[in-house]
Design a protein around this ligand. Structure first.
Ligand SMILES: [Fe+2]
Length: 284
């Protein structure tokens, strides 16, 4: 659609757009807010470069999308528990968010969206890949659509596909971890095909790190189908790529995307502020 108060330019073939002509540090008008929301629903991922925001301004903008919620596995900033720092130092090797996933899909009501605000970026690399889960559904054959439509996935906070689970990930970073011992209890069942509550479109709700089995299936059936669905949902044709420089802000819709942080900047520092936007529906 045409926008009057913002400039919206696609960054990928099927999802993602850069939004220009707006300073998020200034008060936003109702029409700007409505157009940003419309662009968010149409593009699934919005990127705003060159923003200069305090933490309060960052939170105020994030709240336009919904209430902020803490992330369970990392302690937030002292005065801003809803904000946590994703920091990778030059001598660290493992990165956070380095496998495909959609945020907190192990919750009964997963978050609407996630916002990252780049504070310090490497000289090159450190991009985020984001995959379009509408396309992942739409490109299945009709027989496979009929198979997955009736299925329920089981999503865990414990990263069961990773050796050592959640604990190994948190131990490999310098984050102030929280609730790691409870990761195995954080589990939810959701339909594998969910309908977006605002667009009405169907998405294949695959969260690479969290989806670990399909309810009611044998282990062999489940492993084969989960393996296929994870490969399919990570097809490069469904992705866009967000590149950061200091002051880049990105917000994505967790109800119809999954993402992966690239770890291709050895020897350099990357610091992002992450805000999680709650108020999501129970997937249906
Ligand atoms: Fe994530």
């Amino acid at each position: 659609m045409a926008y009057r108060t913002i400039e919206v330019t696609p960054i990928g073939g099927t999802l993602g757009a850069e939004v220009a002509g707006i300073d998020l540090a200034r008060p936003l008008g109702n029409e700007q807010i409505a157009e940003i929301h419309q662009a968010f629903l149409e593009n699934q991922v919005l990127v705003f470069h060159g923003q200069d925001l305090t933490i309060e301004q960052n939170k105020d903008f994030a709240r336009r999308f919904g209430p902020l919620v803490p992330y369970p596995f990392v302690k937030g900033l002292d005065d801003h528990p809803e904000v946590f720092e994703i920091r990778k130092e030059p001598d660290e090797e493992k990165n956070f968010g380095g496998a495909w996933h959609t945020d907190m899909s192990f919750e009964e009501r997963p978050p609407v969206g996630t916002m990252l605000y780049a504070r310090e970026t490497p000289s090159r690399g450190g991009d985020t890949l984001i995959a379009n889960l509408y396309r992942a559904y739409e490109t299945l054959s009709d027989p496979m659509k009929r198979v997955v439509e009736g299925l329920t996935g089981v999503y865990s906070g414990d990263l069961k596909g990773r050796r050592g689970g959640r604990k190994a990930l948190m131990d490999s970073t310098r984050f102030q971890a929280a609730n790691v011992e409870r990761a195995g209890e954080m589990e939810a069942e959701h339909p594998l095909v969910r309908t977006h509550p605002e667009t009405g479109r169907k998405a294949l709700y695959v969260s690479g790190s969290h989806l670990y089995r399909i309810a009611g299936m044998t282990d062999a059936e489940s492993a084969a189908l989960v393996g296929f669905l994870k490969d399919h949902a990570a097809t490069p044709d469904f992705t866009c790529r967000v590149s950061y420089r200091p002051g880049t802000l990105v917000v994505w819709d967790n109800r119809c995307t999954q993402h992966r942080a690239l770890n291709d900047y050895p020897g350099e520092r990357r610091v992002m502020h992450r805000l999680t936007i709650g108020g999501g529906d129970r997937p249906h």
